[in-house]
Design a protein. Structure first.
Length: 244
């Protein structure tokens, strides 16, 4: 039986350098991709803003048009539709109501209408809550939603942003024998829902953020933050003390 000797593998030859045409093609694709993403970054915020504004205006227009007789619709007098007439009508109507209620007769009518509403068992509860919220938000001297804080939620050691909405009721403070404050903790990315917490004032840490900046931080999931609050080279995740 003869011994068969396996031949050693042939040495790999030198890699063929990429041709200038291939390099030019790859560079052109990368440049076009960069231009595409730059265009998205520029146009997306403007387009989304105009789209949301258009949806709001169209919704108001459609709601107001149902209150106007069909023969008075602008389309019957113009060869095209005029967007925004409903919004203008709402602004004019609210301004007119505000001007009328500023006088003595207007205040009397408002009091009479409130008495009628407060006489309804279910409606009066909803009306009272809505009125207090609107008056609190619209009042310039109110302290609600004017202070951004950090609180430990939902577990100790886990911090989240919250908004101080006022001092807790005296009954709550008496029961726990502590100075409590009302803190609204919004959810991400919808800050209109959240949790109402009663937290000792000593455990609330104020943050030098405006309400608008804090809402942007919540809606974006922490992506959009003021320059002075951005992480200075720290790792988002990883073992403690590990360099970036």
């Amino acid at each position: 039986m003869s011994n068969q000797h396996s031949e050693p593998p042939a040495p790999a030859g030198p890699t063929e350098p990429r041709r200038p045409g291939v390099l030019f093609h790859l560079g052109l694709v990368a440049r076009l991709r960069a231009y595409f993403f730059a265009g998205v970054l520029v146009t997306a915020p403007i387009s989304i803003t105009f789209y949301i504004a258009w949806l709001i205006i169209a919704s108001i227009d459609s709601s107001v048009q149902t209150l106007i007789p069909a023969k008075y619709h602008p389309e019957n007098f113009l060869p095209f539709s005029v967007p925004g007439l409903g919004l203008i009508a709402v602004l004019v109507g609210l301004t007119t109501i505000g001007a009328l209620t500023a006088g003595l007769l207007g205040r009397i009518l408002v009091r009479l209408s409130e008495r009628v509403v407060l006489g309804m068992p279910v409606v009066r509860g909803i009306y009272g809550v809505v009125k207090q919220i609107v008056e609190t938000v619209m009042a310039r001297n109110a302290s609600a939603f004017r202070e951004v804080v950090l609180v430990q939620f939902p577990i100790e050691g886990s911090w989240t942003l919250g908004f101080v909405t006022g001092v807790s009721a005296a009954e709550f403070r008496r029961l726990v024998a502590q100075d409590l404050v009302n803190v609204f903790v919004p959810t991400t990315p919808n800050p209109t829902s959240g949790f109402l917490l009663y937290i000792p004032r000593a455990k609330v840490k104020p943050v030098s953020l405006s309400v608008e900046e804090a809402i942007k931080l919540v809606v974006s999931g922490g992506i959009i933050a003021p320059p002075e609050f951005k992480a200075d080279g720290a790792r988002a995740v990883g073992p403690p003390g590990q360099a970036a």
